[in-house]
Design a protein around this ligand. Structure first.
Ligand SMILES: Cc1cc2nc3c(=O)[nH]c(=O)nc-3n(C[C@H](O)[C@H](O)[C@H](O)COP(=O)(O)OP(=O)(O)OC[C@H]3O[C@@H](n4cnc5c(N)ncnc54)[C@H](O)[C@@H]3O)c2cc1C
Length: 381
């Protein structure tokens, strides 16, 4: 499995998947055949997370070739990301509380042997140890493996979900504040309160093609209890006035300006903001930071070839820029935390049209959101 940090590579991957594998997606997508047999899924998430490709581009390409009805499952999965993003945007305190909890829990578990065995892949659960290796080697895990992994972490190894979510963020090339935090909360049973995801031996064996033996798991655990309720506090996603600045900031989630809703406005400067580990609460693995940096460099090369003036700058230099600045909205996560905690009030946001339109439907569960998918498609495709 190979994730080249390049726009061309991502597009080839997308086209190739649609041409050769999409028709079997709904039948085969739950199988984890191992890191070298990934053709049953798209493996696009490292690129979608960074905005190298995006939901609209993917769904458009699918519908150019096939009908909606035949590919509803894939389209729904693509829009899960949009839904999780919107859900967290409406309730940003979930992210804030996750990071606060994590700070406390990390201190408590620093020398916990169970935790150290888990992150070093030396538990007595063979499949779990293999997934640790796979995650560190390839910086990716199949969706089903993420669910089993998180379930084993929480319910068999008895570790807090927050530590697992941190571990994923550290190593995943597609690490995303919304999909990851809410994915872990969902497995734990705190996202849909009282409904946890329980991994079982037969399910793992079936969907890994019997690659693992003797998987002794806690198969009757109770969901994690978290009494905190989160109310919708934010639903204002109006764009700033484009005339306030001719400088645009772009963070790691929008690395394809030429495909963005604002590509027709000519900015005097475009700055790509690089956030290394100095300011991150969750320290990323070097391979993940290098992947992000290479994607930024690739994007800069593409824009410079179109004579667009742009460069990469360190996030700390934002503190020295006092003029009004426009930014493609970085979404709830470490980059927005940096802007808020440094009170950089001179930065105003521009939102993706699909987010402005879809996030209002993220007030309830995904089954409710699903009803609006035809409307979303009608609006953008
Ligand atoms: C505990 C846990 C943690 C996760 N952490 C992340 C994360 O940090 N970043 C991340 O991008 N995804 C995360 N996911 C969601 C999902 O596992 C990945 O998006 C998916 O495995 C990516 O592989 P793919 O591109 O081959 O997906 P495909 O099956 O080919 O799906 C196509 C696209 O749809 C989107 N998608 C599919 N499933 C989901 C999903 N469940 N949630 C959100 N979007 C989805 C992705 O953009 C994906 O690229 C997590 C899931 C769980 C259970």
């Amino acid at each position: 499995m190979n994730f080249e940090p390049s726009n061309v590579f991502a597009l080839e991957k997308l086209n190739n998947f649609i041409d050769k594998n999409l028709t079997d997606y709904s039948k085969l997508r739950n199988f984890d055949f191992g890191p070298n047999k990934r053709s049953n899924i798209s493996c696009l998430s490292p690129y979608v997370t960074h905005g190298v490709t995006n939901e609209i581009e993917i769904i458009k390409k699918v519908l150019e070739k096939y009908s909606f009805v035949k590919n509803e499952k894939f389209i729904q999965e693509v829009l899960w990301r949009t839904y999780w993003k919107g859900w967290l945007e409406l309730r940003p305190k979930v992210w804030e509380d996750f990071l606060k909890d994590l700070t406390v829990i990390k201190k408590d578990f620093k020398e916990n042997q169970n935790y150290l065995n888990a992150i070093n892949g030396s538990t007595d659960i063979d499949c779990f140890n293999q997934w640790i290796k796979e995650l560190k080697n390839y910086n990716y895990l199949h969706n089903h493996a993420r669910m089993w992994f998180a379930s084993i972490w929480i319910f068999t190894l008895g570790l807090p979900w927050q530590l697992g979510a941190e571990f994923f963020m550290k190593f995943l090339f597609d690490g995303d504040s919304a999909s990851n935090t809410l994915g872990w909360r969902w497995v734990a049973g705190v996202q849909t309160k009282g409904k946890n995801y329980v991994a079982s031996e037969w399910n793992i064996k079936k969907f890994t093609n019997n690659r693992f033996n003797s998987i002794k798991l806690n198969d009757n655990p109770s969901p994690i209890i978290d009494d905190r309720s989160y109310y919708i506090v934010n639903n204002d996603f109006d764009n700033a006035d484009l005339s306030i600045s001719d400088t645009l900031l772009i963070f790691e989630n929008n690395l394809s300006f030429e495909k963005s809703d604002f590509c027709n406005k000519s900015f005097k400067n475009i700055y790509f903001i690089f956030n290394d580990n100095g300011n991150r609460k969750i320290k990323l693995d070097d391979k993940v930071l290098n992947f992000k940096k290479s994607l930024v460099n690739n994007q800069i090369e593409i824009l410079r070839n179109k004579s667009i003036n742009c460069k990469m700058i360190d996030i700390n230099s934002l503190k020295d820029m006092n003029e009004n600045l426009l930014a493609l909205y970085p979404t709830v996560g470490e980059n927005l935390d940096y802007i808020n905690s440094n009170e950089l009030k001179n930065i105003s946001f521009l939102y993706r049209k699909i987010d402005q339109y879809s996030w209002k439907y993220c007030n309830k569960g995904f089954f409710n959101f699903k009803n609006y998918i035809p409307k979303i498609i009608n609006e953008f495709i």
